[in-house]
Design a binder for this molecule. Structure first.
Ligand code: ZN
Length: 342
């Protein structure tokens, strides 16, 4: 079967579409014929190499997939050949104290499909039943494949970590990025007042269409002053962080009393400063978040099936054009998700 693999870290030139053996379905798993697989920023980080993290190479990339069950292990019940499914990327042991308490993303063995183990950008993928869910009938394969990682991440951040409440103001950086687009929809559905930043006028329209109430262009120097004028002395209740170093000083200045910063990334650098006096006097919280638990996966899937969370596919490429797909994300040309089809 065909599979997108890297044998070394580097630019898009290290991406290869290799011929690899079709996997054999174990007794307790299902074999999914992949129809579409979405890209995430994670794919680019893995391709480039993550400092301090060793990955076993060659590695099949891809964390988000959708397809059809083509084989079922003997001991698996509740699933049938031909079922259309989506694959969620969280991996965990299932037996430890955290897993048994429903906090799978706190498991010491926690990993991500396409990072710590083989991914889904290939023709056939062996899936654990904890990683699949029926695909919503109203979605195409590329649409269904595009939603898992970013919605799980954003939902966990806004609901379980930051506890965003109806009527609260939330600032979302990168409103047209995958995770930002998901966060806008989730925050609106929770009843939040949504402020988002984007990189261009064209992207502003996209973020408004997703439901943002106010959109600011972060290349304009005045954007944080414009936010300040809008929210006044009350400040912002929840800040949805992922850029890191470049936005952290503004985040701290804009955060209100009792405000929460929740972060899942450090795209522009991991080192930031903090004035502890503001933190305790204003009773603020800084929260880390990574991926999600299974409860969040189920909740996200319910919202997708109910057509409340909508897909936002930017562009579809054939598997063989994976290099072009990476370049589109690298050049920040995309609005929404880039998807590979098989
Ligand atoms: Zn565990």
């Amino acid at each position: 079967m065909k599979a997108v693999r890297i044998h070394e870290h580097g630019g898009p030139e290290v991406l290869r579409v290799d011929e690899v053996p079709k996997p054999v379905c174990p007794e307790d798993k299902v074999l999914v014929q992949i129809k579409a697989a979405a890209l995430n920023h994670l794919d680019l980080w893995i391709r480039n190499g993550i400092p301090g993290m060793h990955l076993d190479l060659p590695l099949i990339l891809g964390s988000d997939g959708a397809g059809v069950i083509s084989e079922i292990g003997k001991s698996v019940t509740g699933w049938g050949v031909g079922d259309r499914v989506v694959i969620q990327p969280n991996r965990f042991c299932g037996n430890c104290e955290q897993c048994l308490a429903g906090r799978e993303n706190y498991c010491r063995k926690f990993g991500i499909i396409g990072e710590t183990e083989s991914g889904v950008q290939c023709e056939y993928y062996i899936a654990d039943t904890a990683n699949i869910h029926p695909m919503a009938d109203h979605l195409s394969f590329p649409e269904a494949a595009s939603m898992q990682l970013v919605f799980l991440t954003a939902h966990q951040m806004l609901v379980k970590r930051a506890g965003l409440k109806r009527g609260e103001t939330v600032l979302i950086y990168g409103g047209t990025s995958g995770v930002g687009s998901a966060a806008i929809q989730i925050a609106k559905d929770l009843g939040g007042r949504v402020l988002a930043t984007v990189g261009s006028e064209e992207k502003r329209t996209f973020a408004l269409d997703l439901g943002a109430d106010h959109v600011f262009i972060h290349s304009e120097n005045r954007w944080s002053r414009q936010v300040k004028e809008l929210v006044g002395r009350k400040g912002i209740d929840v800040i949805f962080e992922h850029p890191g170093a470049a936005t952290w000083p503004q985040s701290l200045r804009l955060l209100g009393r009792g405000g929460r910063i929740v972060t899942c990334g450090a795209t522009t650098g991991p080192g930031v400063n903090l004035d502890l006096r503001h933190l305790f006097m204003k009773q603020q919280s800084i929260l880390g978040s990574t991926m999600s638990d299974l409860d969040t996966f189920r909740k996200v899937m319910e919202k997708i099936h109910a057509k409340i969370y909508k897909p936002f596919v930017d562009k579809i490429f054939p598997l063989e054009a994976v290099g072009e797909a990476h370049e589109r994300i690298e050049n920040r040309e995309q609005m929404g998700k880039v998807v590979l089809v098989l």
